[in-house]
Design a protein around this ligand. Structure first.
Ligand code: F6P
Length: 319
């Protein structure tokens, strides 16, 4: 392999730039030429591809977002669209690609590999929803952002006998809510794993108010479960707390990556380049029990998600 490409796809996450830098620097230092593919698979299809140098990836290890830009391209499922992308790579002699993104991006990487372009996937998403890895690049930074915001909400909530309902991202994965809820001392955590029984939550709030004499309460809830503004109104009507909803939204995706994410991205980028140099594709990189490993994408996509029961049990014992 002489020429490789790198792209970021799906929702951006803090640490993607550190991964781009690692792929580029490790690649160049191993004698490869490295190309940046802009705006994810869209740029691959359109031929928006430029060489990367040591310099172009300088000053980015600490920057959030992705210098390559990102996009979602559902049409990449179509073989004909992928063939156009491959033609663009062939024109430039790019034989292999590192794809940084979530599981949708992994599917594209697998299909390209099956069509003869070796691809390696790196888990770049704040959601931590890629089952095969203990952590995705960006999760820890997003968690820090959530914790900082919820700590601030606690101050004001506590002063006004309020219940703060904080909606965090996660795209059907409850990890951000669970990790943040435990870290912030939340009273209630709602995720797709816990389910949402509105009456039960209201009852628990009444108990916190009347029996436990709590000055305030914090509920951390995953997105896509309920309308938090509506629910806040029900809290005000049905409990002694006054309900206030806060949707953290895209704030969670931005900001400088924390050291853990920078390091994780660098290690994973290194591993991806090493595999491509050995002529290996169709794999994704993961961290499992503190080791950087690779797993066939096919297998990774069908792995059942790990149970979060132990953490949920811990949470219940801390309330
Ligand atoms: O996958 C990252 C993520 O931020 C999810 O947490 C969220 O559901 C989704 O992307 C939001 O997508 P968009 O940025 O397209 O609104």
């Amino acid at each position: 392999v002489r020429r490789i490409g790198v792209l970021t796809s799906g929702g951006d996450s803090p640490g993607m730039n550190a991964a781009i830098r690692a792929v580029t620097r490790v690649g160049i230092n191993s004698g490869l030429e490295v190309f940046g593919i802009y705006n994810g698979y869209k740029g691959m299809v359109e031929g928006y591809i430029e060489p990367l140098t040591r310099e172009t990836v300088g000053e980015i290890v600490n920057r959030g977002g992705t210098i390559l830009g990102s996009a979602r391209l559902p049409e990449f499922k179509e073989k004909e669209v992928r063939q156009r992308a491959i033609n663009q790579l062939n024109k430039r002699g790019i034989e292999a690609v590192v794809v940084i993104g979530g599981d949708g991006s992994y599917r594209g990487a697998l299909s390209l590999t099956e069509m003869g372009v070796n691809c390696i996937g790196l888990p770049g998403t704040i959601d931590n929803d890629i089952t095969c890895t203990d952590y995705t690049i960006g999760f820890q930074t997003a968690l820090e952002t959530c914790v900082e915001a919820i700590d601030k909400l606690r101050d004001t909530s506590n002063s006004h006998h309020r219940c703060s309902i904080v909606e965090v991202m996660g795209n059907r994965c409850g990890d951000l809510a669970l990790w943040a809820g435990i870290s912030c001392g939340a009273e209630i955590i709602v995720t797709s794993d816990t389910g949402f029984d509105e009456q039960d939550v209201l009852e628990r709030l009444r108990d916190l108010d009347i029996i436990k004499k709590k000055r305030h309460a914090i509920i951390v809830i995953s997105e896509k479960i309920t309308d938090v503004d509506q629910f806040a109104k029900k809290v005000s009507l049905n409990t002694g707390f006054s309900g206030r909803a806060t949707v953290l939204g895209h704030i969670q995706r931005g900001g400088s990556p924390c050291p853990f994410d920078r390091l994780l991205a660098s290690q994973m980028g290194e591993k991806a380049v090493d595999l491509l140099m050995q002529g290996i594709g169709g794999q994704c990189i993961a961290i499992r029990e503190n080791k950087i490993v690779s797993i066939p994408i096919q297998k990774a996509l069908s792995m059942p998600s790990e149970s979060r029961k132990p953490l949920m049990n811990l949470f219940e014992r801390l309330v």
